[in-house]
Design a protein around this ligand. Sequence first.
Ligand SMILES: Cc1ncc(COP(=O)(O)O)c(C=O)c1O
Length: 422
Amino acid sequence: MFKKTLIAEFFTTINFHIFMRTIWLLTLGLPKLRYWNYTSYLENQFLSYIWSRNSKIVSFYNGRSALFHALKMIWINSKDEVIVSAYTCVSVSNAVIQSWAKIVYSDIDIKNLWLDIDNLNKNINKNTKVIIVQHTFWKPANIKKIIEIAKEKNILIIEDCAHSLWSRIDWKKLWSFWDFSIFSTWRDKVISGVTWGFLIVNNEKYFDKIIEIKEKLKMPGRVLTIKNLFYNITAYLSYKFYDFLWLWKIIIFLSRKLNIITEILTIREKNCDFNDFNLLLPNSLAYLASKEFQKTKLYSTHRRTIAEYYDEKIKSKYIKILFHKSQNEKNNYFRYPIIIQDETKKNKLYNYMKKHNILLWNSWSGINIVPIWSNLKKSKYIVWSCKNAEHISKHTLLLPNHKLIWFEDAKKITKLINNFLK
Ligand SMILES: Cc1ncc(COP(=O)(O)O)c(C=O)c1O
């Protein structure tokens, strides 16, 4: 209606159907849901998608809780070390720190954001218990190589598939490679259930522990559930009225002030001081996630079409397109990262696009433990210790390719980028 700004950063998963379903849930639907168990329906839906009869699934309120409980299952203690990519989200750092393990950041390979194997080998010692292999943005990591190393040294692997629902490598779905994997459908991920994270346990040795974990989990209170549902209302209205008399800013400002929506990351999480990981997924949000899950393929195809257009049309000697299509991969194209050689140019490009009503995604920019306001000291990251991760974070911007971006929009974005860097 009043829309002209193209946004890569927020509202990437909101749509009319989610909005209408949320209204239904907040009015007529909520009492009905009490009689259904949508969470186990959703779990079965996912297990049939991954064709797995031999793995177990446990649902949580979010992906960070899934990661925390995977580490707790392994029975980590303060001497144990957990290796994490140095280009990651602070929610990952917080979950590892709260599990009492020693967090060890390992540098990435600048070409593909994989864990750099030389650096990884240097970081492994007799206390290394777990390697978290993150498939960043959508790019499948070098998991097979890391499995070889882990097998040899008796180290466990957690695949972090928070960005890679629906992706595959060598026709194997990402999740299936080793001991554990975690997924997320938090509202800024591949699909949105507003929240939901889950853990897949592939290693039979840990099946018994699942019962212990399930006993600890509790349902979020009604207020928290309703705040999550309100997020969909606020996000949809803000998106629709983004350019109309600052209405979106007023909607967001009031929702925050009145505390009627949830934040993606709380201040305590950004300071790695948050330790309540025992919440379950409410039935109403499981209902939303389940409906969106059916559309994952559709969304991935859309993202791929836009990504392929950018691949072909963006022509500039200053810009490097980070990920290219590969024959043995099938991906969700969740993010479209570009690398700009010069940091000042990157900032200028961001501002130039903003002037033309295009907000590029810069949450994974500027700092390597994202987002920008994360507390590096409390994340236990030592500045300059992982130079490639820092370099990438300072030079990356993400172009929008989500389902609210049309082909015409992609054309406009490409034209502006090519013009600017000329
Ligand atoms: C790579 C990665 N892993 C895990 C998570 C945690 O997922 P969630 O937001 O569902 O807690 C995030 C969150 O952004 C992430 O980016």
